[in-house]
Design a protein around this ligand. Structure first.
Ligand code: NAG
Ligand code: NAG
Ligand code: NAG
Length: 460
């Protein structure tokens, strides 16, 4: 279970051992609607929930095994336990509910707390054994006594057997009654209470699989209009569908696509234009899409081109050939909005992640790695240079480590707190507090704010 990695420095080679269990690699991160909870899923099928303490730090609240490896005997295929997506249900109930999915099966989990225990039963003793009835001479009323807090996760529903291909997305509808699940070719709509049937609302499967030219990469419901959903594809397009128009949404209502000048097309054009993530803004007005080299903001009212395009790592344009050979070109980076839709975040290589301030057009590259994330460390901006280094801290394109990638990120819905998954490490950063304990005024001129690790980064 040890993976060896090779670190090249000048002409010397150093080898060091990363004792990392591949099952620990984080595959998704998601805040709940108030940001008090943060859930991660990993390749080993586990879900870990972190809770924000009153002092502001996130600590482990509950860990449970959501999915187990399975075998599909009909197709002779192994079904991995890896958690592809987690979505919280927006319920205001003492218990919390979340959906977690692997490639084939979606599960609804209930996470609840118990801090009281019933004692003083008439027929059973404290261990639950039946009492000798001849000793029972009086009746007593059982009482609830406090006990250590126990967090229990229990599977409530299992939504299985509805996907022939791998599930890449789940999204809870704003009606709080339905959700969608999307695989490579189809999108299904479920009622949260009904596990034995779902409705197919998008089907891209051609009659003849040889005509297949496009796969669904990601899908999401609109945050406020329960009849609208968006899905993106491997050809770089994003479609908006309106479920009021017809039961089957194969005919999109809108198609967001930027026409590329044919003279700029290359072998890699389609691969790098494949959309790896789509997110509606909190306002519902915009769509954010991530492709291999850029993040784009689309106005729902304008289909022919994005209103904003940000280069994530343009310096990789000359390296596409080797990125193709190493399969890195197929990495699926996610993207996130901040709570006011004013800043965009997405991941990159070398454990770097990028933030773009939409108003000031400033951007920053930051690094999430064990070396820089000491207790209360303030993150320093990084710079990747193509030619000669200008500063000691600059990093040349040729020394980027493409095995270190930040694919999964999440932004707290209301505050400047972000969660970054880098392999088996989870980093939580928050904007720095000034000495008197107040947040830096989030002024654009100093934006993005200084990001600081939480005092005790949770070890995953
Ligand atoms: C998110 O989690 C917090 C922490 O327990 C809870 O108080 C809050 O109600 C949750 N929000 C939603 C919308 O479920
Ligand atoms: C699910 O069933 C419960 C009661 O069994 C009901 O209160 C709830 O509204 C139902 N939810 C949906 C989404 O139909
Ligand atoms: C991002 O959104 C949060 C929540 O609305 C806001 O407080 C913060 O100032 C925004 N961040 C920036 C850098 O504008």
């Amino acid at each position: 279970k040890e993976c060896f990695s090779k670190y090249r420095k000048d002409i010397f080679f150093f080898f060091f051992i990363l004792v990392c269990d591949p099952a620990d690699v984080i595959s998704t991160v998601e805040f709940n609607q108030t940001g008090e909870f943060l859930a991660t899923g990993d390749k080993g099928g586990r879900v870990v929930i972190f809770q924000r303490e009153p002092q502001g730090e996130y600590n482990v609240y509950s860990t449970f095994q959501s999915h187990e490896p399975e075998f599909d005997y009909l197709k002779s295929l192994e079904i991995e336990e890896r958690i592809n997506k987690i979505r919280w249900l927006p319920l205001h109930n003492p218990a919390h509910f979340l959906l977690a999915t692997n490639d084939k099966t979606i599960k609804l989990w209930k996470v609840s707390e118990r801090d009281k225990r019933a004692e003083g039963y008439n027929l059973r003793d404290e261990e639950g054994r039946l009492k000798d009835l001849s000793t029972v001479t009086t009746l007593q009323v059982p009482v609830l006594r406090p006990m250590d807090l126990l967090v229990e996760a229990s599977p409530r529903r299992v939504f299985a057997n509805a996907h022939a291909y791998h599930i890449n997305s789940i999204s809870v509808n704003s009606d709080c009654e339905t959700y969608l699940s999307a695989d490579d070719l189809r999108i299904n709509l479920w009622n949260l209470n009904i596990t034995d049937r779902s409705f197919n609302i998008v089907d891209l499967k051609p009659e003849n699989m040889e005509d297949l030219s496009e796969v669904i990469t990601v899908a999401e419901f609109h945050p406020h209009h329960c009849h609208l959903l968006a899905f993106s594809s491997s050809t770089g397009t994003t479609r908006l569908c309106d479920m009021r128009a017809s039961a089957l949404c194969d005919q999109h209502a809108k198609l967001f696509e930027e026409v590329v000048d044919p003279s700029h097309r290359s072998f890699f054009s389609e691969i790098v234009s494949s959309v790896s993530d789509v997110k509606f803004s909190h306002s519902g007005r915009y769509l954010l899409t991530r492709d291999y080299l850029t993040v784009k903001v689309w106005d729902l009212n304008m289909e022919n081109k994005p209103v904003e395009t940000y280069q994530v790592h343009d310096y990789l344009r000359t390296k596409l050939c080797s990125l193709y050979e190493s399969d890195c070109i197929f990495d699926k980076f996610e993207c996130a909005w901040n709570g006011t839709d004013s800043v965009i975040m997405t991941g990159a290589y070398n454990n770097y992640f990028r933030m773009f301030d939409r108003a000031s057009l400033r951007d920053v590259t930051l690094e999430a790695s064990r070396e820089v994330c000491k207790r209360r460390a303030v993150l320093q901006p990084r710079r990747v240079c193509v030619g000669k280094k200008q500063k000691e801290t600059d990093v040349s394109v040729d020394s980027l480590d493409f095995r270190k990638k930040i694919l999964h990120t999440a932004w707290h819905p209301k505050e400047n707190i972000i969660a970054i998954a880098a392999s088996n490490n989870l980093y939580i950063f928050q904007d720095r507090l000034t000495p008197n304990g107040h947040h830096n005024t989030p002024e654009i001129q100093s934006a993005p704010p200084k990001w600081q690790t939480q005092p005790n980064p949770p070890t995953y």
